[in-house]
Every structure is written in structure tokens, then in C-alpha cells.
Design a protein around this ligand. Structure first.
Ligand SMILES: [Zn+2]
Length: 302
């Protein structure tokens, strides 16, 4: 869990990372241990803010899952949350009457890139982090699209067909995430070679050293990513796409073939600029804080 105290101007006054307990380790089930860790974190950070002489104006919490904004509940497979009443639990844990924003982690990251990062100044753009999984934050006509909590699942769109399609954690076959996530690079390299690797980072090192299996795994990822970017470009015409997550550490090794691949495929569509996201691992936390400040401002005006 990445968390912090952020001032109205976006300055990070305090930052820390806490371990996320494994939901499966809790025999009570329902991801209770994760929820308790979250509540403890929010309470302790609020106390720290007060002790440091600040006033907590709003709280932003972002999670990897499907958020029902109307009911304040979250469904998140990795956390074993099923319609978990996260907002109600947070409100009960915080004694003060402070506004709380609950949002999706990738959309929050995209919002931070939009407000203060690589997508600043755009009205049609996308933030696409390539990490353990893949999801998109879609900015369309100036708004962050949430689709009642379901939007942006480009990682779970099918781009691999036939025998090459692998079963995805989501239950479908041939999802983008099965070939182009950082986790997929390592898993697919090991499946081809029988050699265990230390994540995508080692696959990238093997690629740089000319390893043919790393090259094939990499080309499969690039081809699926180009398909995904062309589809997104054709549907919603972004002017800019910011790639984030662990894989963007590859820099131009990733970005240049994506630009060339997309350029070669487009005919009539508006061509997006493809860049690296700039906020890194803090994007979600900064987006959560930005959304919280927006809410505080709205309530201040009301
Ligand atoms: Zn999937």
C-alpha cells in the first residue's frame, strides 16, 4: 500500500509504503485482513496529520477492483472482496466528518497524469500501465470515464486467437494481459525455456543480450499492444497515450516499436503521441489525493 499526506498544491508532505496482507492468509475470509490494514492505515495517517499540525480536509482511497460508487462497495478478486462495504467501514473508522473518495487505482493514476503529469493539457487521452495486470484510464472529451466502475479493461480484451490464446486469470482466453503484462513476459519466457526468471526485468536483460526466446516473447507482447492501441485510437481518438507500470522502465525499447507499429497501421485515424507516464509508482496515490482535494473543494463551495 502506497500512502501519504498531500497538500492542496499537490506537495507530498509525507509518504510511506506498507505491506498489503495476503487475503488468502486470513481464515476468516472475505479479505477482512486487507480491509483492517486499510482502515488502520487511514486512521494512523489522519492521526499523523493532526500531530504534525495539519487538518485533514478529505481522504482518497483507491483500490484495484470494481467500485460501486452509489453503494460505496468494492469487488476485488485479488483482495477477496465481494461487494465489501469499504466506504461505510472507512466512515465508521474515521470519527471526524471528513469527505471520503473511493476510486479505482488505475483511473486515479490516470487522473494524476492528467492533472500534473504526462497527460496534462489533453482532453482525449489514455493512461495505460503495464504491470502485474493491465487496465486503462480513459480520458474522453475531458472526462475520466468510469462506466459505473467497469470501464477501461483493455487488458481483458482478446487480441490472441487460436492455439496461441492462453487462459487469463479473468476466465477468458487470449486477453492482452496474458501476453503483454510484466507478469506475462516472465511467465511466458519460463514456459518456453523451462528457465525461471526474476520477473520482466530479467527478460528485458535477456532481450538486450540477444536471447531468441526473450525476443519472441517480447515481439508477441508488442504485437498485441499495437493491436490494442490501434483499437483504442480508432474508437476514442486520443491525442496522447501515456504508458506506465513496470514495463515502461524499458523506455524507448518499448515506446519506439509501439509508435512505429501504430503509425504503420493507421490510415484515416488521428495519430496519438505515445509517451512514458511520468509519475511512476506514486501516480495512484497522487490521483487519490487530487480526487480528495477536488471533493473538499466541491463541499467547500456547497
Ligand atoms: Zn482477462
Amino acid at each position: 500500500m502506497k500512502c501519504g499526506l498531500v497538500a492542496a498544491d499537490g506537495a507530498v508532505l509525507h509518504r510511506e509504503t506498507r505491506p498489503t496482507p495476503r487475503a488468502a492468509s486470513d481464515e476468516r475470509g472475505g479479505g477482512r485482513v486487507v480491509l483492517e490494514a486499510l482502515l488502520e492505515t487511514v486512521v494512523e495517517l489522519s492521526q499523523k496529520a493532526t500531530a504534525d499540525g495539519h487538518r485533514v480536509r478529505a481522504i482518497g482511497v483507491v483500490v484495484p477492483g470494481v467500485i460501486d460508487a452509489e453503494h460505496g462497495t468494492v469487488g476485488a478478486e485479488n483482495l477477496e472482496w465481494v461487494a465489501t462495504p469499504v466506504l461505510a467501514e472507512l466512515k465508521a473508522a474515521i470519527s471526524d466528518d471528513v469527505p471520503i473518495v473511493l476510486a479505482h487505482d488505475v483511473r486515479a493514476g490516470g487522473y494524476a497524469e492528467l492533472r500534473q503529469g504526462a497527460l496534462a493539457g489533453t482532453t482525449n487521452s489514455m493512461f495505460l500501465p503495464l504491470g502485474t495486470g493491465i487496465a486503462a484510464a480513459m480520458i474522453v472529451d475531458g472526462s475520466l470515464v468510469s462506466g459505473d466502475g467497469y470501464a477501461g479493461e483493455l487488458g481483458h480484451s482478446k487480441f490472441i486467437y487460436g492455439d496461441a490464446a492462453e487462459l487469463c486469470a479473468c476466465g477468458q482466453w487470449g486477453c492482452l494481459e496474458t501476453v503483454a503484462s510484466a507478469a506475462a513476459l516472465a511467465r511466458r519466457y519460463t514456459a518456453r525455456t523451462g528457465r525461471t526468471v526474476d520477473g520482466a526485468r530479467e527478460v528485458m536483460e535477456l532481450l538486450a543480450a540477444g536471447d531468441p526466446d526473450a525476443e519472441q516473447v517480447w515481439q508477441d507482447a508488442l504485437a498485441a499492444l499495437v493491436d490494442a492501441l490501434v483499437l483504442y485510437t480508432t474508437l476514442v481518438a486520443p491525442t496522447k497515450i501515456a504508458i506506465g507500470g513496470g514495463l515502461v522502465g524499458a523506455g524507448e525499447t518499448l515506446l519506439q516499436p509501439l509508435r512505429e507499429g501504430v503509425h504503420a497501421r493507421l490510415t484515416f485515424q488521428r495519430e496519438p503521441e505515445i509517451v512514458a507516464a511520468v509519475l511512476g509508482e506514486e501516480a495512484g496515490m497522487l490521483g487519490a489525493a487530487q480526487m480528495a482535494w477536488d471533493r473538499a473543494d466541491e463541499e467547500g463551495r456547497a
